[in-house]
Design a binder for this molecule. Sequence first.
Ligand code: IPE
Ligand code: IPE
Ligand code: MG
Length: 238
Amino acid sequence: MAKDHFLDQNNLPKHIAIIMDGNGRWAKQKNKSRIFGHRNGVKAVRETVEYAAEIGINYLTLYAFSTENWQRPKKEVSGLMSLLVSTIRSETKTLMENNIKLSSIGNMNMLPEKCKKELNESIKLTSGNTKLNLILALSYSSRWEIKNAIRKIIGDGLKVNEISEDIIEQYLTTKNVPDPELLIRTSGENRVSNFLLWQIAYTEFYFCKKFWPDFRKEDLKCAILEYQKRERRFGKTD
Ligand code: IPE
Ligand code: IPE
Ligand code: MG
């Protein structure tokens, strides 16, 4: 593992979640189409995944497409879906080389067939990898997830007194994944936009002003350094 002397190796977040925002505004600044912005976001994804693996992060969840994003213009949605297919296709080799395991959370049934197929192939191929768990949130929203969890709990006939926080967690899409210690959002927006509402109960937030396509390893490092300065109290006294 490549050690970074500035980072405290004993206080690394196990799980980092990122709301990758600002592709459209990045493109607009350059008088380009929104999809040009999305395409340029791929480099930031690559850098982030590479750096997370390098320093020994166990879980990285990337919010790539929300349930609400289906309401965007058709052209943008289809452009994003094609980009997803081509990116998974071109990056799976790198995931294998770097021992990264891919998985996804969200309503996969909503994705176009081609997308599902490419995604499932990559998930299958990388399933034995052990270094970094890369989780793509696709057609994901937290309220959708919680609603589904409730439906399944009722469907399974659980009794009222059997329902505990641990049981609820087993019904979420993040089952067996520890809660993120750090949530990063780029683009200067200070909101959660329906992402991991249950899981971020005690997560540290870090808002980065840069638009997602400009996000680099150095920015991720800054976020982790800031996280390492925080005192996490979980409601207790220090
Ligand atoms: C994030 O960038 C990518 C997705 C939500 C798919 P945006 O597309 O939201 O870019 P802005 O926020 O409009 O700049
Ligand atoms: C959140 O960004 C979703 C993703 C980054 C995938 P949005 O751009 O969709 O969120 P709002 O509309 O600014 O809240
Ligand atoms: Mg946005």
